[in-house]
Ligand binder design. Structure first.
Ligand code: MG
Length: 159
């Protein structure tokens, strides 16, 4: 009846890239490097959705060697991942995610991210939680060289 899933993703932060996070564009001097738009939060949620139903992972479904996915909006990847969930007869109950980054402060953007994600997953914004933490300047995250996101989801079988 219920299935839980978890996902984690890492991306390098570099100058000269747009910074897409949680489905929205954030003004910043750096952006995440990747084959797609490198939205680390959406990728973690995709993996959590796929993981909940043992459907493999995002790299398997949307390989970074496939030109189809070059520069792709990760909202499309999230849509496609959730389509696999709904086709299997499940729906999202809630998602809870944490972003690990040193800068910028993302609190002002969190509600827009929640709305973007809730819209794709067809749930209320109250069902999407996004938290953030710095690493107190420790590690590659603290040095602003990279960003990490983790996500957990709960799915429920449709009756
Ligand atoms: Mg990724």
């Amino acid at each position: 009846m219920y299935r839980i899933g978890q996902g984690i993703d890492f991306h390098k932060l570099v100058e000269g890239r747009e910074f897409w996070l949680g489905g929205i564009l954030i003004p910043h001097s750096k952006g995440a490097l990747g084959h797609s738009d490198a939205d680390v939060l959406l990728h973690a949620i995709c993996d959590a959705l796929l993981g909940a139903l043992s459907l493999g992972d995002i790299g398997q479904h949307f390989p970074d060697t496939d030109a189809t996915y070059k520069g792709i909006d990760s909202k499309i990847l999230l849509q496609k991942s959730y389509q696999l969930v709904t086709e299997a007869g499940y729906k999202l109950v809630n998602a809870d995610a944490t972003i690990l980054l040193q800068a910028p402060k993302i609190r002002p953007y969190v509600d827009n991210m929640r709305a973007a994600i809730a819209g794709i997953l067809n749930v209320s914004v109250d069902d999407i939680s996004i938290k953030a933490t710095t690493t107190e300047h420790l590690s590659f995250i603290g040095r602003e060289e990279g960003i990490v996101a983790t996500a957990n989801v709960l799915l429920m079988k449709n009756e």
